[in-house]
Design a protein around this ligand. Structure first.
Ligand code: GLU
Length: 311
């Protein structure tokens, strides 16, 4: 399989979901991916992950972009918007279907919750509907996963191994309401944008093996991965728009930028008086070698689909 052939030059990206304004957790991902891209003289692209209409909050995409601008982020090329990528996703679904690995699944969430074992990301689907031909009707489409280990080398988390069948199970690539899954959209779009390096929050570490298998089936390149530490709230939960994490203040970027840089292990020199000076200081001080691996015990994943234990 096509594991790690990394095209050069470096092309990184930031891919927020516009389900609310930019908060500290997404600022950390933006900052880490941006500084890594610039440290490699690479490009940095932005993609709005607005594929799932019920999650999208009106005005949030523009709000995020304005905030990024106020913080001094500069991205290359036009912003990709998943809401306009329906044809590409349909095409990918058709290609997956030709492998014979897609099937229609009409199991309810409730039924799944009752019957299935817990995996790394919710219930492991027991394969009840395997073999049902995908039709036009109101069913989700699932991908049969192979009974083999997916192994990849994360630049920060080390070697990650996942037995997809046991720990994740067949997963949904298109929901019953017709919405394409995050896993499929992200793979199609990373390839379309020519992304060579993905730097994103470690909460997505357990998604990566599913993305690698999709890349394999769709014959798309697998980028290099670096999963950044994730900011947690006092309860140990990931800061996210769903938990109504506080937005960062676009009128006063410096305190949040300093905090985010420090969070990523860089001893921030707080003497920068404006955003321009901040970026100069940050680019000079940035080193991926300083990054802490994971933050907060609640994020420590179970034994598999997970990084090796720290030495
Ligand atoms: N859209 C995802 C988020 O906002 C990030 C996806 C990714 O970086 O692959 O959490």
């Amino acid at each position: 399989m096509n594991t790690t052939s990394h095209p050069t030059p470096y092309r990184g990206r930031f891919a927020p979901t516009p389900s609310g304004p930019l908060h500290f957790g997404s600022l950390v991902a933006a900052l880490g991916s941006f500084l890594e891209a610039r440290a490699h003289d690479g490009a940095w692209l932005v993609r709005m992950e607005d594929v799932d209409p019920p999650r999208v909050v009106a005005g949030a995409a523009d709000d995020i972009l304005r905030t990024l601008e106020a913080f001094g982020f500069e991205w290359d090329g036009p912003v990709m918007r998943q809401s306009r990528r329906g044809d590409a996703y349909r095409d990918a679904l058709a290609r997956l279907d030709r492998t014979g690995l897609l099937y229609a699944c009409a199991c309810s969430r409730k039924r799944l919750g009752e019957s299935a074992r817990r995996g790394v990301d919710g219930p492991v689907y027991p394969g009840t509907c395997r073999g049902r031909r995908p039709g036009q009707g109101e069913a989700a489409l699932r991908l049969s996963v192979p009974d083999r280990r997916i192994v990849f080398e994360d630049a920060l988390q080390g070697r990650v191994a996942c037995d997809l069948a046991a720990e994740c199970g067949d997963f949904v690539v298109r929901r019953a309401d017709g919405v394409v899954s995050y896993q499929l959209a992200v793979v199609v779009d990373d390839a379309e944008q020519g992304i060579s390096h993905v730097a994103r929050g470690a909460d997505l570490l357990t998604s990566t093996p599913r993305q690698i298998i999709l890349q394999d089936y769709l014959d798309l390149p697998t980028p290099a991965y670096l999963h950044l530490p994730v900011a947690l709230d006092e309860r140990g939960d990931k800061l996210s728009k769903q938990t109504l994490a506080k937005r960062v203040d676009a009128r006063a970027p410096l305190p949040a930028l300093f905090d985010a840089l420090r969070f990523l292990g860089v001893p921030a020199d707080r003497s920068a008086g404006n955003v321009g000076e901040f970026w100069e200081m940050a680019a000079g001080a940035w080193s991926a070698d300083r990054l802490p691996r994971l933050r907060g015990k609640r994020l420590a994943p179970p034994s598999a689909c997970s990084p090796r234990a720290p030495a």
